[in-house]
Ligand binder design. Structure first.
Ligand code: FE2
Length: 203
């Protein structure tokens, strides 16, 4: 079992609003590191001794504790790089309808997403919950292995760790958040939202 890092070079050259090639390439390298570590963990787990698992310390136990960090670090970055863009796309009528039904209005979602991102030392993901049949902004903490809402489906992922913006924005995190939110790739997000739950068949 092994994963290959995906290429997101399509974002270079100004195709991710407000993000320079320098910033993006550094972030790609960090993402590739998660994929490498995920593969390393899976390789080690494949041959790990399962005879003495232990909460305090055991090689197998520690690999299992670190697996979600590398796994979510890989997947969240892929979702993020897929769903950022240059601002040339628009939410579909179906996406708008679901966002409005969940947050009251599109602007209310944006305001909540901004507030969550500025609260986060980590990620904010827009998730769909099948039980409530609505979207939530979910603040994912620490090493992106803590706080992810159970049994939801991620529609939008936005990285608010310093490494995602510091080369371009230094401490002006709000400017990064504004640019990334206004530059989202709605073609990708519309397709994700079109797949979910009872809303999938609605126009
Ligand atoms: Fe990141």
């Amino acid at each position: 079992m092994s994963r290959e890092p995906k290429s997101f070079d399509n974002l270079l050259g100004g195709n991710a609003k407000g993000l320079s090639d320098l910033q993006l390439k550094a972030h790609f390298t960090l993402y590739q590191g998660y994929v490498k570590k995920l593969n390393e963990i899976w390789e080690q787990l494949g041959k790990a001794d399962r005879s003495a698992p232990n909460y305090s310390y055991n090689a197998y136990s520690e690999l299992k504790r670190r697996e979600p960090v590398a796994f979510n670090g890989t997947v969240l970055h892929e979702l993020y790089f897929e769903n950022i863009g240059n601002g040339s796309t628009q939410p579909s009528a179906q996406s708008k309808k679901l966002i409005e039904a969940s947050f009251g209005s599109f602007d209310a979602w944006l305001a909540d997403a901004k507030a969550s991102l500025l609260s986060a030392h980590g990620w904010t993901v827009l998730v769909y919950d099948y039980q409530e049949q609505k979207l939530f902004n979910n603040l994912v903490r620490t090493e992106h292995d803590v706080g992810l809402f159970a049994n939801t489906h991620i529609m939008v992922a936005i990285d608010a760790w310093e490494h995602a913006y510091f080369a371009d924005y230094q401490t002006k995190k709000a400017d990064y958040v504004a640019n990334v939110l206004s530059g989202l790739n709605w073609d990708v997000i519309n397709a994700r939202l079109a797949q979910i739950g009872p809303h999938a068949q609605q126009g």
